[in-house]
Design a protein around this ligand. Structure first.
Ligand SMILES: [Zn+2]
Length: 132
């Protein structure tokens, strides 16, 4: 089985997350539903339920999708004569497909990054310090 190895641990965790695998071992599944991560890896037991990617995945998905769609729309408009209804229909469908295809992978990237950098623990520690 591929474990998506890299020499850079942060990059490795993000790549494993992109492929919806456990950032720690690269074997267990990272998601139990489309956007619900597992509480803990079935292979190595690493906990992921406490990690909150918040709106990072949506930001990354919209940024990538927007750049691709706008570039494609401008290219098509420059090269071809396409009826407006066809252009709107095709690019709306393509945008929706890209968002659905990228959102889970983007969340995997962020969970891998947050897990590897222990960012969720840093936020918890900062919140506890502020409460004192
Ligand atoms: Zn694991």
């Amino acid at each position: 089985m591929m474990t998506f190895a890299s020499n850079n641990p942060t990059k490795q965790a993000m790549i494993r997350g992109f492929f919806q695998r456990c950032p720690s071992c690269g074997k267990g599944h990272l998601f139990r539903a489309y956007l619900k991560q597992v509480d803990a890896c079935s292979e190595c037991g690493e906990a992921f339920g406490h990690i909150r990617a918040d709106d990072g995945p949506a930001w990354l998905t919209v940024m990538v999708t927007g750049h691709v769609i706008v570039a494609l729309m401008m290219s098509v408009e420059a090269l071809l004569t396409v009826p407006l209804w066809a252009s709107i229909t095709a690019f709306s469908a393509l945008s929706g497909a890209m968002v659905l295809g990228l959102l889970q992978r983007a969340k995997g990237i962020f969970i891998g990054l947050i897990w590897q950098t222990k960012a969720s623990e840093a936020i918890s520690t900062a919140a506890l310090s502020a409460a004192d």
